[in-house]
Design a protein around this ligand. Structure first.
Ligand SMILES: Nc1ncnc2c1ncn2[C@@H]1O[C@H](COP(=O)(O)OP(=O)(O)OP(=O)(O)O)[C@@H](O)[C@H]1O
Length: 311
């Protein structure tokens, strides 16, 4: 596998705050790499270092196999990024915006090329509308068109769904997937929402307080065997007894006054429900969550000690 980004023992210390600490990870060619962490975890600081907007305190960054600081210009020429809200001129149209940024990057494109770029991000119909009339989602998508104007191989998106409504989030998700599938781009996308990353990324990294917690393929991390089912019944005591005497005994994880927790595949839930009903236990509610979701929830609930995630 060809690595596009290779970060090794990267740290960034701002006077009193260690924003990124000894962070190592690799993004492979063709990845949609989800970079996940709660607010303040160090995502933007890392992305800023990857774009040479700030200098690392220590560690190394290789992009396309070259040292970022020795080959800055060539690397950035092949990298596009949207960090935070894209800086756009509200009195320019979408078309004029692309024209301006193409000129600034020294790229010559025909009218048809510009229209293709706008088509790609779903803005061709609004090519001649001024940016000030755009929704946040449209501005974000125009920001991506700007980032793509010089046809980079690598794209970094810092929280691209922040502040978007559900439709805007879905459009952004589809756009990211299309960039990977149809245009073979490698994409690093940061988010504080596990569910968002799960839907678009093939690999992901979770950081907290600047440190790596978990990294792996989404398929590995979301292994179906690691689903936690929480079941509420009208008779917890009998339910617990029944489960302890059944095939589910080794699946039991915990019991509290509200319900019983089991480690179970989602597809096994109907069989479990049937067993309870046959034994005259009424099921009042069932929720199924992946244990990575539980883990992420614990991280994002401030100041809790969290054991490393084991999948
Ligand atoms: N220029 C700076 N000076 C001092 N501290 C900073 C600076 N930039 C970031 N930090 C601190 O570094 C830590 C990591 O911030 P960072 O913005 O990288 O987090 P994040 O994961 O991107 O979160 P968010 O999504 O909220 O931006 C935070 O504690 C932040 O306050």
């Amino acid at each position: 596998m060809e690595s596009v980004i290779k970060v090794t023992q990267l740290s960034k210390v701002f006077s009193e705050i260690t924003a990124v600490s000894d962070l190592s990870f690799t993004v492979q060619k063709g990845d949609v790499y989800g970079f996940l962490g709660q607010n303040g975890a160090g995502k933007s600081t890392t992305i800023r270092m990857l774009l040479t907007l700030i200098t690392p305190t220590s560690g190394s960054i290789e992009i396309f196999g070259y040292d970022l600081y020795k080959h800055r210009k060539e690397i950035l020429r092949n990298t596009g990024a949207v960090i935070e809200r894209p800086d756009l001129y509200k009195y320019l149209t979408a078309y004029e915006t692309l024209q301006l940024f193409a000129k600034m990057s020294g790229v010559k494109l025909s009218k048809a090329n510009f229209m293709d770029q706008l088509e790609l991000v779903g803005l061709a119909q609004r090519a001649n509308s001024k940016v000030r009339t755009f929704s946040q989602g449209m501005k974000q998508r125009l920001g991506i068109a700007v980032a793509l104007v010089h046809d980079p191989q690598l794209i970094m998106l810092d929280e691209p769904t922040n502040g978007l409504d559900p439709q805007g989030i879905a459009d952004m998700r589809n756009l990211i997937l299309m960039l990977r599938e149809k245009m073979n781009k490698t994409i690093l996308v940061s988010s504080h929402l596990l569910s968002e990353v799960e839907q678009i990324a093939n690999r992901m990294l979770i950081i907290d307080k600047g440190k790596k917690l978990v990294e792996g393929t989404v398929a590995e991390l979301f292994h179906p065997d690691d689903t936690v089912v929480y079941i509420e019944t009208n008779d917890q005591v009998r339910c617990e007894q029944l489960l302890k005497q059944s095939n589910y005994a080794d699946k039991l994880m915990g019991v509290d006054i509200g319900g019983i927790e089991l480690k179970l595949r989602k597809e096994d839930v109907p069989v479990l429900t049937k067993l309870l009903v046959e034994n005259n236990i009424s099921v009042l509610g069932i929720t199924a969550r992946h244990s990575l979701e539980d883990y992420f929830l614990k991280i994002t609930t401030a100041n809790q000690h969290v054991e490393p995630f084991k999948n």
